[in-house]
Design a protein around this ligand. Structure first.
Ligand SMILES: [Fe+2]
Length: 318
């Protein structure tokens, strides 16, 4: 609902739709996320402000802290970057893939194997939606509630890899392999204890070692399926390798790491950092990219540059 308020009533967490009487001064319209946003708003000397209480807080609501604030920011960000129709379509696409991916993970957990058909079905749906609505799908999947975390991370990495592959000029068959690899890259985690995966604090050396066994476990699982493409195996096994050789499991260096796994490493970290989770603040896209660029030796620099120009700067993902 649109509501007119006085300038001094503007608070963090509100969504500003319109500034009235601000003259020709540059105006801030959109979510109010920082004290800087409020300062800029005050400097316009607008007479009144119109807020949208569906996209942000109302006047009588307190500015929330921490996670709640992240949720406000998350929904106002979504609303300001994508149309209601794009968001709705993204939600439907995620909904469509949920049953097959859930079965896939459950099977992996119980039987240590999965049906390739279910995985391909989900990848086809992701590829179709990513063709016209990749940004919204990846953005909607950022909000990860407890039980949905693995599913949404796998879906987001899959969508990021498909889109990045396409933007790199790969054909649909190659993009499909990236999508499948993204979907199953962390399958090895399914055979690890759930409590360990959900442990929020610091991990012991033994626990860390167990977590670090997931690429090999996933690879072993995926390898059992007949006709599994090499690219998918490489993504499972090598997505935690680092360009300078300090990654795991094999400490491979540079071009010795298959290109598909170098692509997976970028998409995996990008989604992990931008995710809104119950126990940590989500990073903005700018913070995430800055951190990834500063993370010396982790990523293939040429691919990271391509990711920034072909995915971020051109506005494919927000
Ligand atoms: Fe992983």
């Amino acid at each position: 609902m649109r509501k007119r308020i006085r300038l001094h009533q503007v608070r963090m967490g509100m969504y500003v739709d319109e500034l009235e009487g601000a003259g020709s001064l540059p105006s801030h319209v959109g979510p109010i996320l920082s004290h800087g946003d409020i300062d800029r708003m005050m400097s316009t000397h607008a007479i009144s402000v119109v807020i949208d209480t569906q996209k942000g807080l109302d006047v009588d609501q307190d500015p929330p802290e921490g996670r709640e604030f992240d949720l406000v920011r998350f929904s106002s960000d979504l609303g300001s970057k994508f149309s209601a129709e794009q968001i709705q379509r993204a939600r439907e696409a995620i909904q469509d893939t949920r049953p097959s991916v859930r079965d896939l993970f459950a099977e992996a957990r119980v039987r240590g194997i999965f049906h390739l058909d279910a995985a391909y079905k989900a990848v086809e749906r992701i590829m179709l939606e990513a063709m016209t609505n990749a940004g919204a799908m990846i953005a909607v999947a950022k909000l990860k509630e407890r039980d949905e975390g693995t599913f949404l991370h796998s879906l987001a990495v899959s969508a990021l890899m498909v889109t990045f592959g396409r933007n790199l000029g790969m054909n649909e068959a190659a993009a499909r392999l990236l999508g499948l690899g993204g979907l199953v890259h962390d399958l090895g985690k399914m055979v690890l204890p759930i409590e360990l995966l959900r442990k929020p604090g610091k991990l012991t050396t033994d626990e860390l070692e167990l977590i670090r066994s997931h690429p090999v476990r996933g690879y072993e699982m995926v390898k059992q399926l007949e006709g599994m493409p090499e690219a998918v195996l490489d993504i499972c096994l090598y997505h935690h390798e680092k360009f300078d050789g300090t990654g795991y499991p094999n400490g491979l260096m540079g071009a010795a790491i298959p290109q598909v796994a170098r692509i997976a490493a970028i998409c995996d970290v990008y989604d992990a950092l931008t995710t809104v989770r119950p126990y940590k603040r989500a990073w903005s896209q700018a913070e995430t990219i800055e951190t990834m660029e500063r993370s010396q030796g982790h990523f293939d620099r040429d691919l990271l540059k391509a990711f920034i120009s072909k995915m971020v700067i051109n506005g494919t993902i927000h």
